[in-house]
Design a protein around this ligand. Sequence first.
Ligand SMILES: O=P(O)(O)OC[C@H]1O[C@H](O)[C@H](O)[C@@H](O)[C@@H]1O
Length: 317
Amino acid sequence: MSDLASTLHDLYQRFGELPGVQIEIHKNLPAVTVSNDLSTATVFLQGAQISHFERHGQKPVLFLSEANTYEEGKPLRGGIPLCWPWFGNLDKNPDIIQTQISQTDAPAHGFLRNLAWQLKTIQAEQTETQLLLTTNIDANSNSLWPFATELQLQITVGKTLTVALSVKNCDTRDFHYSLAMHTYFQISDIHQVSVDGLDEEKYFDALDQWQLKTQAGPLQVSEEVDRVYENVSSQATGELKLNDKGISRNLFILTKNLPSLVTWNPWLDKSKTLSQFYDNDFNQMLCLESAAVKDNCVTLAPEETQTHTLEIIELNI
Ligand SMILES: O=P(O)(O)OC[C@H]1O[C@H](O)[C@H](O)[C@@H](O)[C@@H]1O
């Protein structure tokens, strides 16, 4: 049996009979869709990437491009790719992260979003479904990350969507990483949205030589945006809000151990250069990436675990 066939066989055997659980295959990529009384979500085993979350009767919360080609080794453009153990280009990460990596052609956003994950458990209840996925890194066989590491992703699908990534250092040395839950939010129209909770926050502008600037008022996007904010307190208090006037919806973001925020919209010219993305897709998405990057990067001692949590709460206005 091929690897794919045996993965599907195993998924059917273990989870196929559970209420509200559907095993799927998109081209070559296996995924699981779970539904309960309140909501539905889809998770791909590749990268443990959530591609869809929707409360019944509401619009999808996550953007997923129809240009996706569903190929092995290519993270989907949309949903929540997990960027780890560095963010963006390796050379834009703190030195303590860069010096750990000897490979010169390190891929953008690390490698976790391309890894095969295992689906360990699904707990299906009437109003809440929990999925647990894991992947382990063997220090000797991963040329990009020479540290034994265990990663777990706990996803809770219910009234809200909660995503908790736990990183455990199983090595004998400290290690350092950056991380982002690279959330693509589905929006009605880029001209109809604003982000509240960033007023007076400082950010690095990736499109202007990484200059440090200060946000004034809500973020409204009318051109390409690529910014990194550190220590965003509104995320920790649940006051960071994506307000979409076009569909009268507020999405609140609440995080733990994800103090940074990256805001990204490629606008038209950059969109034309992106893989798995249509030229006009930028109109329907905004990335608000809850993260631990730059000075917010994380150090873990041997045997230490840190859990990074994102909750997305939808309220209609
Ligand atoms: O195309 P990707 O590797 O998925 O990256 C997509 C985007 O991710 C983040 O938002 C970065 O800040 C951007 O600079 C980058 O273009």
